[in-house]
Design a protein around this ligand. Sequence first.
Ligand code: IMP
Length: 428
Amino acid sequence: MPASIVLGTQWGDEGKGKVVDYLADRMDFVVRYQGGNNAGHTVIAEGQVLKLHLIPSGILYPHITSVIADGVVIDPRVLLEEMDTLTGLGVDVSRLLVSGNAHLIMPYHLEIERVVERFLGKNALGTTKRGIGPAYGDKAARIGLRVQDLFDPKIFREKLDVVLREKNVVLTKVYGRLPLEADRIVEDYAGYADRLRPHLADTSKLLHDGLREGRRVMLEGAQGTLLDLDHGTYPFVTSSNPVAGYALASAGIGPVWVDRVIGVTKAYVTRVGAGPFPTEETGEIAETLVKRGGEFGTTTGRRRRTGWFDAVILRYAARINGFTELFLTKLDVLSELSPIKVCVAYEVDGDRYEDVPPHQSLFHRATPVFEKVEGWWEDLGDVRSFDALPAAARSYVKRLEDLVGVPMSVVSVGPAREQSLPVAAREA
Ligand code: IMP
């Protein structure tokens, strides 16, 4: 069946790019469906390590058409920069298509986010400061500018004048900043328009027609389930919906096409930015996970918070997204950490919770109920089949699977493609 959805099960950075890489041979389209350049994935092109923030990593495969769908917010300057970098490395970016319905990140979004985060002080969300929240805010308030507006200079100017009037009052009168000039923005965005014109497409129709012809589509989420605006740890979330349901709303195709929903999970948990994190570790274990797992943000370079695997949030993610399978990454990072702890439930005020508590203040106070699992000492980087993993590593995977109730289809033990190990008899 033709469409798969791939998304993160925790707070992002689970290694979704690896799944795209692993399944690329079987895909015709890779579609990014939400977020903007707050995301980041590290890819290796022409022997060089590249950090992409907006363009789906499918761009590296000549047979794949990469799509940025309606639900994404696009900073055109960043998009063009990424396209230039890829072109410089010999990657053909002509197969990148962008929906005209996607919203634009504008200079005032960046400016406003910077001052608002500062204004919030100790209550700041720790956003990536890429203008994501303000851009989605304007979309909901129906004062956003969209990619298609770039190609109608009169409309672009009219909409910009209306919105700038209000933004400049906020910037100058509330935050004491200088106003932004419409002329300057118009000039910059007209330049972006010229370059983006060949990439504009009716992406919903393109995908629908492709699916009808039997082409295969992968819908790729950014961030993760717990950063979802509705289902995440609000307000410590992003401003869009990474959950599987939104993939269809954004891409403009129906649920009937989807047969796989792949949840990507690390063998432990990480989070960047503020917000609750029940299994967080801060001492030596955290140092080891950060060091071995290279746990620094691709977009902001911030050190990630780290903790043990949390089966409660994964069960929750499985419920919200309807996973058909799981792809477990970074199992190799846990070598030599025996005994490994796994959170099987939470305790709040003496009560035991098998599920994420429905009220945020309970979740903020949740303490993990840990189970200890025997670890292993071997380095897993050279293992090339699931059956060749140490017995303790296989048991760990099996235990996670049992706790979550969703089968693991692939386990990865390093960044290279051959380090993704299909779990026998499961892999589709
Ligand atoms: P925003 O998406 O920039 O508004 O940031 C909101 C929250 O989401 C912050 O805690 C960010 O650190 C987090 N966040 C946004 N994008 C990512 C990502 O790709 N990986 C991990 N965390 C992210």
